[in-house]
Design a protein around this ligand. Structure first.
Ligand code: FPP
Length: 260
């Protein structure tokens, strides 16, 4: 508190209304290194407008572009986006085909810009059931950006966390069998090195849009100490100021990792 005359006033300024967050409000020394996002609400966004669900996914792709650009600008090291889960196959075939075509559309449109921004494209998930054209596009993008040193843009595509953990356990079991690893050497770090994210730090911040508050089989191993941030905003409506708000709130949290 400080006093002006006899009047006590708080020394901190009132918080800005959230619509007006700007990059200048972010402490650039404390930006989360790895942000993970469950991009939810595309279907509801479309329904509210009387549009087919795929229109929501298409609009969601534009939100991806906005958020990638801002993450690059803020020097976030990695952005992992849940684009298609192993459970999303239960959706109508046409919707599945549309979502699985989006990486091609996204990379077909934006890859030159991503290269310009020094972004490195990565993917995690099961390749096998994906359309060949999606796999080829993604492989090409990974190759074309492999030496980029800026933001790592990691798409979780046909990804399920339990499946990832099973695959990690199988590989570890093989290495124990062929005596590359001794079972007494199994540690958290060792098991992490068998995960699809072995080259990344765990996410510092997880964002889920659309008001749902669950993890939906996303990065269950990696999110152990991640700060969770939920918003009612539907993914296609997710703007730069929403990410800034999430990051600013993240910066105000005390992370103790189980300590005091
Ligand atoms: C969840 O919303 C969203 C998805 C399953 C698809 C996410 C995909 C994108 C945002 C586009 C991805 C873009 C690229 C570049 C790969 P929902 O359909 O479950 O929404 P609802 O809960 O309102 O029905």
């Amino acid at each position: 508190m400080f006093e002006r005359g006899s009047f006590w006033r708080p020394s901190k300024r009132r918080r800005k209304p959230k619509e007006s967050w700007t990059v200048e409000d972010v402490d650039l020394q404390k930006v989360p290194k790895h942000v993970a996002i469950i991009m939810d609400g595309n279907g509801r966004w479309a329904k509210k407008r009387g549009l087919p669900r795929i229109a929501g996914h298409h609009e969601g792709m534009k939100a991806v572009r906005r958020i990638v650009r801002l993450c690059s600008q803020l020097n976030v090291e990695a952005l992992t986006l849940y684009a298609f889960s192993t459970e999303n196959w239960k959706r109508p075939k046409a919707e599945v085909e549309y979502i699985l075509g989006l990486p091609e559309e996204f990379l077909g449109t934006f890859l030159p810009e991503l290269i310009e921004e020094n972004v490195r494209v990565e993917v995690m998930g099961e390749q096998n059931k994906l359309p060949a054209s999606t796999v080829n596009t993604v492989r090409r993008a990974m190759k074309d950006t492999e030496s980029n040193t800026g933001l790592i843009l990691n798409f979780a595509l046909n990804y399920g966390s339990r499946q990832e953990i099973i695959e990690a356990c199988k590989s570890l079991a093989e290495d124990i069998e062929n005596e590359t690893i001794d079972k007494k050497d199994i540690t958290e770090e060792l098991l992490s090195s068998y995960m699809a994210t072995c080259y990344l730090d765990d996410p510092d911040l997880l964002i889920r849009t659309s008001g749902e508050q669950r993890l939906s089989n996303f990065m269950l191993w990696q999110l152990a100490y991640t700060e969770l941030w939920f918003t009612d905003v539907l993914w296609p409506d997710f703007q730069e100021e929403h990410l800034l708000e999430a990051i600013i709130q993240f910066q105000g949290r005390g992370r103790r990792f189980g300590g005091v």
